[in-house]
Design a binder for this molecule. Sequence first.
Ligand code: SAM
Length: 379
Amino acid sequence: MGMENHVRDRYTEGATKVVEALCCPVSYDAGLLKILPKEIIDRDYGCGDPSSYVQKGDTVLDLGSGGGKICYMAAQLVGEGGQVIGVDMNDEMLALARKYQDDIAKQLGDDRVVFHKGRIQDLALSLDRVSQYLAENPVTDLASADAFDSWMAAQRAESPMIEDESVDLVISNCVLNLVDDEMKWHMVEEIFRVVKPGGRIAISDIVSDVMVPQELKDDPELWSGCISGAFIESEFIEMFSSVGFTGVAFEKWDEKPWQVVDDIEFRSVTLTATKPLSSVHEEHIEQGHGVIYRGPMAVVEDELGNVFPAGVRIAVSKQVFERLGMAPFADQFIRLAPKNLPEPTIFTASPGTVRHPTETRGGDALQKSGSGCGPTGCC
Ligand SMILES: C[S@@+](CC[C@H](N)C(=O)[O-])C[C@H]1O[C@@H](n2cnc3c(N)ncnc32)[C@H](O)[C@@H]1O
């Protein structure tokens, strides 16, 4: 089980008393902390504030919710009708988070937060349900072990703890680094699975500036202390882009390292990204759309290999046209749609193909998400 047992022991201690070594200084919105008990605020083991990305009405999933601080902050931001789900694998952390649930629900006017016991690399399997199953069906021989395996497979497929495409925003505060390296890819795929198309992620975590050597990774104190399991900064964005997220960016990158160990800098970053409305495997549609990248870079390229030289009208598929109208791209592109949309065909233009101005002339020039200039040219 790699480092998981060390991580569990460390955060059992962290739930019952304040462990200074696990604290990375963060300044949160004081207004959102007012309704939180001191016991939860004190057991803050985060390294950033992903709650600032929460919007009204969101269904939010907090990975590694610990004492529940970020969940209860998010609950105030989602408002009535929103929902917050916290997932943690540690019983003591879950007990701390759940201890104040009724009290906070009373203050908010309803109970919009739920905590599940689960591993963030396996969001389909509820460990609460696993415990219940094992209490009723102890594994004592090969036959009962096979039955347990089949039961887990059925749980994941038929009644996952977190359903496919059910979450508007996944947040996490200093947890992903704690997952064993061999499970990190699967964890990122799990995050992609549960986000709705058009949904977002905001992950605060620790990155290293160079590769962490194996002897540091093998040190349980450094690993469970959110240090040696850190992602390498150059691979962090790449991992999220590879599973299909778009607009993956470091929204925050602390200049000052949190720790320096053996001349390696470990710092806090916050990564944000969006899940595209359409799958990359979907056939792209040609309907005469174009975009102009505003600059100031000479040229930019997206995750699909589309290239956009500044100021040039570039042919794009309907899907790319829609994607570039969403955050964080919307302000960087002028989007051009033909006056009369032609019948859809399959988009075959190679990256960087120029769209002749006459193809989109007279149509809507969308300057920003939601705003457009009419055919008269009047904005
Ligand atoms: C550094 S603390 C952060 C807690 C919380 N996010 C905060 O801001 O205070 C890490 C938390 O992640 C949990 N955790 C670590 N690995 C996990 C995993 N693989 N699955 C679920 N929870 C995990 C720990 O139990 C602990 O509560």
